[in-house]
Design a binder for this molecule. Structure first.
Ligand SMILES: Cc1ncc(COP(=O)(O)O)c(C=O)c1O
Length: 383
């Protein structure tokens, strides 16, 4: 066997032995909640399509109209000829919703984080990251070549201690956190982190991938408290509640202008297909018009946690932590037999020993099915 294939096979065998090997499973998403897998129709509690907008007729129509008008792809980087007219409208809408001066749309949330952080922090800078923040925030922090430190999850005192000790050694510092944690569903203490960042002349960036559309009346986690928090760097994605694809940063005009000039993942990557941008605009319209609909995913998640005997949900994401990988896979398979899709999430996506079912609730999940799932989780999985 070629040494390259030997290398790959040995790695795969090791993953298999540790129950960590992953597979791509073909999934046909029928509508906002039902999927077909291996010939079975399952009710999905694993999609991030919190408002079921991937399948909304108005959103789909907007995407189709954009393809007819502007074509299937954008043809080049935004800085060359890929900056079709829909971008300006989407960026103005995002800036308005987040109350910032400007916004910049990227090819994806991952590309956004990988691009933004190295523009702001160089090898003499400091990046503080919540230990449970999304992998692409760590990727962006590593790409910056600055000093990267993780603070304990949502532990403002620990972040303060790190800043007190290390801030003075660096010219610039950036603190980054998920607004809604993608695998745990809890919210970051953004008000406290903002005050801390201000105390230490540190820039704060929140990743609101799972907040926009579902938290704070649909406007995101910077609106989850009583007043809007003016977080200077508000990043997010168009791929979850908005049902489209792409990432964004909302910030001051100066910062956005700098990002457009320096973010390598923006400059050296093709612009989004027009359909994605049009779909995101249509989705934002719906969210702004119907805050009561935007509140439904969290309501469903709360009904679930109450019935299942779990801590109250703070977002549409509810972790059912099992611990061992094998037991988590077995629980996921058991739910398939009951007609539910609930993906098993294993390390390194989550810390070792915390493998889990990550359940996501959406506006259109029927209440009786939410209750049935809660009963099964309480009586058969967590028993
Ligand atoms: C918190 C968080 N940030 C960023 C991303 C990446 O966004 P995208 O899927 O648009 O690349 C995700 C999604 O996986 C996420 O959960």
């Amino acid at each position: 066997m070629h040494s390259l294939d030997q290398f790959a096979q040995a790695k795969l065998d090791d993953l298999q032995r540790r129950h960590l090997r992953r597979q791509l499973t073909e999934t046909v998403r029928e509508d906002g909640i039902w999927v077909e897998r291996d010939g079975r129709r399952l009710l999905s509690f694993s999609c991030n399509d919190y408002l079921n907008l991937t399948q909304h007729p108005t959103v789909k129509q907007a995407a189709v109209a954009a393809i007819r008008r502007y074509g299937a792809g954008s043809g080049a980087s935004r800085l060359v000829t890929g900056n079709h007219p829909l971008y300006a409208e989407l960026e103005a809408r995002l800036a308005r919703i987040k109350q910032t001066e400007a916004a910049c749309v990227f090819g994806s949330g991952y590309l956004a984080n990988a691009g933004i952080i190295p523009v702001l922090i160089g090898d003499d800078g400091l990046v503080l990251v919540d230990e449970l923040a999304h992998a692409c925030l760590f990727a962006g922090a590593q790409l910056s070549r600055g000093t990267v430190m993780a603070f304990r999850h949502n532990d403002v005192a620990h972040a303060r201690a790190l800043l007190a000790e290390h801030r003075g050694k660096h010219e610039h510092a950036l603190m980054v956190t998920d607004g809604v944690f993608s695998m745990d569903g809890d919210l970051a203490p953004l008000a406290e982190l903002k005050a801390l960042a201000d105390d230490y002349d540190t820039w704060l960036m929140s990743d609101d991938a799972h907040g926009l559309g579902v938290i704070g009346g649909g406007r995101g986690s910077s609106y989850s408290g009583n007043a809007h928090l003016p977080i200077p760097l508000q990043m997010g994605t168009l791929s979850k509640a908005l049902g489209a694809y792409g990432g964004y940063l909302c910030a001051s005009s100066a910062v956005i202008d700098l990002i457009r000039n320096r973010a390598r993942t923006l400059i050296y990557s093709t612009g989004l297909p027009p359909a994605c941008v049009a779909a995101a605009i249509a989705a934002l319209d719906l969210i702004e018009r119907e805050p009561a609909y935007a509140a439904l995913p969290v309501q469903k998640a709360k009904a679930f946690t109450e019935r299942a005997g779990l801590p109250a949900a703070q977002s549409p994401i509810v972790p059912v932590i099992i611990g061992e990988e094998e037991a988590t896979l077995a629980a996921s398979q058991y739910l398939v037999e009951q007609g539910f899709l609930a993906a098993a999430i294993r390390p390194p996506t989550v810390p070792a020993g915390t493998a889990r079912l990550r359940l996501t609730f959406t506006a259109q999940h029927p209440d009786d099915q939410v209750a049935r799932l809660a009963n099964i989780v309480r009586e058969r999985i967590l028993r």
